[in-house]
Design a protein around this ligand. Structure first.
Ligand code: FES
Ligand SMILES: [Fe+2]
Length: 395
């Protein structure tokens, strides 16, 4: 089979073929029976990660944290999206903005860690900016003691550059390129499957951080397939055995999977309040989504839990697991015990996966690994994830 690449951007088709090889490129588009996963270079190459940053992450909606992480005016945190350093900041007008974390003078990074400030001052020559990114002053700019004080901002050449930032029920999303569809449209395939769930009731209960010695894509390739559950997750297997599972499917850019579990348990449906007015048919349902490229959401009757992986290097990933619970279950003392049990359940489960992800990464050092054979029953969506990465890069 030869893929017709006429509809794609030839500059990027060439780059992809150069890094993956002609055959690796072709196999990405083959039917699953003949296909393999992405070639090893997609997991180890710096150049490949740069392509993903520029073509995938910068040109998508990307989860940038919970609004509750910056609850007060002046609270800010740093994130890196598509390789671009950004500040997520809550302004005095309570509006949350994403500002590029780079001074308009000589380009110093402005902040390096979460903090609270009323003004953003560059450490190098002390140019200062408001929380809305507008420039305020440039000390000694016109000579000794000849300060430049600016009212109302300095326009597109002097104010900090802003990226699109949206707040969906306490989840913050950023789009660096500024030209993707509205957030609601991007979330629509997930929302269409979850109409019984009142997401306005979710509240942030906290997050777990993980450092993984593996490529960021492996997190999701693993997340999508329930095939490994019988071997890797003894507790999860008891809760939702293999015979309630299926492969899931993609609808547009959103992967979806679900099951009905036999009994609720602590951590999934027991001891914490559920979504208001959730119908009986959903009382024992687990659903999980991946909104391409990296917004993975698990929906159980009592929670909305996110697994989001940020590439750090080809073989290094920072993962954040955010837990949202229903109403006061997120913070009230009376729910402390079941809340902590739920978070521990996720911590344990995720660590079981991380051990496997690191083995997958190491295996991809072997010249004997050619992308592997995949199970048509279980791993169609995993295979399509690799294809989607390539398609996004070359489109
Ligand atoms: S680099 Fe920021 S003030 Fe000079
Ligand atoms: Fe797993």
């Amino acid at each position: 089979m030869t893929v017709n690449t006429a509809q794609f951007n030839s500059v990027y088709v060439d780059k992809v073929k150069h890094l993956l090889g002609e055959q690796g490129f072709e196999l990405t588009f083959a039917d699953i029976e003949d296909a393999s996963g992405l070639p090893n270079a997609a997991y180890w190459s710096d150049d490949w990660l740069k392509l993903e940053q520029e073509r995938v992450f910068q040109r998508s909606w990307v989860f940038a944290g919970a609004a509750a992480e910056i609850p007060n005016a002046g609270d800010m945190k740093t994130v890196e999206i598509g390789g671009a350093p950004l500040i997520i900041v809550r302004g005095s007008d309570n509006q949350i903005r994403a500002l590029h974390n780079v001074c308009r003078h000589r380009g110093a990074k402005l902040i390096t860690e979460p903090c609270r400030k009323s003004v953003l001052t560059c450490p190098y020559h002390r140019w200062s900016y408001g929380l809305d990114g507008k420039i305020i002053s440039r000390p000694h700019f016109f000579g000794p003691d000849q300060h430049d004080v600016i009212k109302g901002g300095g326009g597109p050449k002097l104010d900090l550059v802003e990226a699109r930032c949206e707040n969906w029920n306490g989840c913050l999303f950023v789009n660096v390129s500024g030209d993707v569809e509205p957030l609601e449209d991007w979330l629509a395939p997930m929302l269409a499957r979850t109409q019984n769930y009142d997401f306005s009731s979710i509240r942030w209960a906290g997050k777990l951080d993980f450092e993984i010695e593996a490529n960021w894509k492996l997190v999701y390739e693993n997340y999508m397939e329930g095939y490994h559950v019988f071997a890797v997750h003894p507790r999860l297997l008891k809760f939702a055995p293999m015979n309630v599972r299926w492969s899931g499917e993609w609808t547009k850019h959103v992967f979806y999977n679900d099951y009905i579990f036999p009994e609720v348990e602590e951590g999934r449906g027991e001891g914490l309040p559920g979504y208001p007015h959730l119908p009986e048919e959903d009382a024992k349902r687990g659903l999980w989504f991946l909104c391409f490229p990296h917004f993975a959401a698990e929906v159980y009757p009592d929670q909305f839990t996110l697994l989001v992986s940020y590439p750090v290097a080809p073989n290094k990933t920072r993962e954040e697991l955010h837990v949202f619970l229903i109403g006061e279950a997120a913070t009230a003392d009376e729910y402390k015990e079941p809340r902590e049990a739920l978070i521990k359940m996720w911590d344990d489960l995720n660590k079981e996966d991380i051990g496997m992800l690191e083995l997958l990464q190491q295996g991809r050092l072997s010249p004997a690994y050619d992308g592997g054979r995949l199970s048509p029953h279980w791993e169609g969506p995993t295979h399509q994830f690799g294809r989607r990465i390539v398609e996004k890069i070359i489109t």
